[in-house]
Design a protein around this ligand. Sequence first.
Ligand code: ADP
Ligand code: CO
Length: 348
Amino acid sequence: MTVYTASVTAPVNIAYWGKRDKSLNLPTNSLISVTLSQKDLRTLTSVASSADFTSDKLWLNGTEQTLDTPRTQACLADLRSLRRQLEQNDSTLPKLSEYGLHIVSENNFPTAAGLASSAAGFAALVAAIAKVYQLPHDMTEISKIARKGSGSACRSLFGGYVAWEMGSKEDGSDSRAVEVAPLSHWPSMKAAILVVSDDKKDTPSTVGMQTTVATSDLFQQRITDVVPARFKEMSKAIMDKDFAKFGELTMKDSNSFHAVCLDSYPPIFYLNDTSKKIIKLIHSLNDSEGEIIAAYTFDAGPNAVIYYDSVNEAKVLGLIHKYFGSVPGWDKLDTSSLTPSDIVADDT
Ligand code: ADP
Ligand code: CO
């Protein structure tokens, strides 16, 4: 039998500016994210297609998962239809669009714990299938498909500082991810991931977002007043490599996002006591330095991303080790620093 295979890796990305999923996974506002290096946190997905495969299958971290969700099905349908067009134009191509797909994926970091596994996961899934199907290498197009799997996934296909433009069209055709600046623009920027808990979160991101949109008044204010202004300031802080401004905006936005979670009804709690201790620690560090040298952000989970400039690495990581390094149960705390990378879903 002939089996066609492809593998890709995709990195996680960390966003700040609030996010929204509707059926097409469109954000209610434009937002900015940083794509982290895939040296450390990454998804590796391999795909095989063969006439002998009668159905599509997915194994995630060694366990078979259903592919029967509307989001995954939307991605598969788009990819198959693009492949079908190629086959119609070139009758010598094997009819992969009619074959089953066997997908094997591994996240080397906690899944569904607020470290954006859905972003890396869907980015890798879509990129790997696009590769086995030999679709044209158009990242914007691939990114639009990945967005249907998980909103955040459209950004993991780009490196560096990425803006997800909300777009204005109803069908979402102009909502897309674009690069604000490559990582080489700000090489001293570092991020450390503090894995506070690798438990699966009890409110999946999509469910949490729907509750928030439907019930939170604070959210309405956030998307109309707070976020659009911050988006502009943040783009400027990145262009100017202004860490103090970048840090202040990052922390305020993280706090605003979690305030909105608390304002949802019923409320959603993503931060735990340890997360709150990390917040206090970073503020006391910045206070004692008299300037912002470190900034935290928390996605939809208790795990922290700490940004700092590499000149302050010893201070920032030293402090974290001092407070958390020796506490029982804290062996999971991973303070390895990550340099966000430009590498985008490539071969492994
Ligand atoms: P997270 O904070 O990790 O992004 P979400 O609740 O947003 O958590 O998404 C978790 C879901 O993303 C998983 O339940 C799974 O459906 C999907 N997912 C995660 N990793 C992968 C992967 N490698 N391949 C395919 N789907 C994945
Ligand atoms: Co997610």
